[in-house]
Design a protein around this ligand. Structure first.
Ligand SMILES: C[S@@+](CC[C@H](N)C(=O)[O-])C[C@H]1O[C@@H](n2cnc3c(N)ncnc32)[C@H](O)[C@@H]1O
Length: 313
């Protein structure tokens, strides 16, 4: 199965069979930041709305190819409208001033100064625009995971806090879906273990007594206090890649998507990424015994991803 398909995601996805893929994890291009130099690329639309429409179209094809139990995990960051000073580029949250990392090989893209209802300097709200658009089309919006970038770059702005997070939205095709919480649970700290044990013995007679937040829990749920683990929370602390592959500057860290792959698929399952870039999704899928289908519009990135997955670069 492992495949890298070079082409426009929307067109390539149309060639994949219905209900054939276990999960999808991906990071679409930021809005208005980088010209990847390919016609049909996502991110260079004239308005945020147009960008959201294109992404929605692509993710509805993903919806079709996912099995009914399938999930979609989208890593997406916000953008700010240009300040009105200097070149009309967008600053991307958390990547430093106009993201010099990206600027190296890219053209500065001209975007309009203002859009309807969005002034220069405004945060656009891209992640939630996308989440609501997909929800309106039938996806179940299940979680807004915050990727806290523990090593985010400083920003030059002095009139707001430095942005140090992005979102990972977890969406499902159906109301019930595959989610292996055990695969990503985390060891409990000793102090929490002791607190839970104390809590449990306090309520041996009446469920929840003296531990208000548990009053409405089923009695059986107390068995979870015996466990050594806690369920994964929705703020994930992961540092950004400190290394960059020469030709690709928008890689997400392997650690960031490992929990998505482990919770969203069984061994042997198929993981799809319609914005494959340098192939991080393929690397993680392979490492954990999953199959992958990666799609990217840029032939250079397709070659790079193939080499990276084979361990040649
Ligand atoms: C943010 S990068 C993905 C990076 C990837 N997660 C990684 O770790 O390397 C987005 C990718 O989307 C690709 N892309 C942009 N528009 C596309 C389209 N219409 N179809 C397929 N790929 C597209 C770009 O070439 C770029 O490699």
């Amino acid at each position: 199965m492992n495949k890298i398909i070079c082409g426009n995601s929307l067109e390539v996805l149309k060639t994949l069979a219905d209900n054939s893929v276990d999960m999808c994890v991906t990071s679409p291009p930021y809005y208005g930041l980088r010209d990847y130099g390919e016609s049909g690329q996502i991110g260079m639309e004239q308005t945020p709305q147009e960008y959201i429409e294109h992404l929605t179209e692509i993710f509805m094809e993903v919806h079709r190819v996912l099995k009914p139990t399938g999930t979609l995990w989208i890593n997406i960051g916000d953008s700010y409208a240009g300040s009105g000073k200097g070149p009309m580029s967008l600053a991307v949250a958390g990547n430093g001033k106009n993201s010099t990392l990206y600027a190296k090989n890219s053209k500065v893209h001209e975007v309009p100064k203002t859009w309807d209802g969005i002034k220069p300097k405004d945060m656009i709200g891209i992640p939630w625009m996308l989440a609501f658009s997909l929800r309106a089309k039938g996806w179940y919006l299940r979680s807004d995971i915050i990727w806290h970038k523990t090593n985010c770059l400083p920003e030059s702005v002095k009139d707001r806090p430095t942005k140090c997070y992005e979102h990972i939205f977890l969406l499902s095709k159906s109301r019930k879906y595959y989610y292996d919480y055990k695969a990503i649970q985390e060891p409990l700290k000793q102090v929490s273990r002791e607190r839970y044990k104390r809590g449990r013995s306090d309520h041996s007679k009446y469920a929840g007594e003296g531990l208000q937040q548990n009053i409405n829990r089923q009695r059986d749920d107390f068995s979870m206090f015996d466990q050594e683990y806690k369920r994964k929370r929705d703020v994930w602390e992961v540092s950004t890649n400190t290394f960059k592959m020469d030709e690709h500057f928008a890689m997400y860290p392997e650690k960031l998507i490992e929990p998505c792959v482990l919770a969203g698929s069984e061994k042997g399952g198929i993981v799809l990424d319609p914005f494959f870039g340098s192939g991080t999704t393929g690397v993680v899928a392979k490492k954990h015994g999953r199959e992958y289908i990666g799609i990217d519009i840029n032939p250079k990135y397709c070659t790079l991803a193939g080499k990276r997955i084979m361990g040649v670069v």
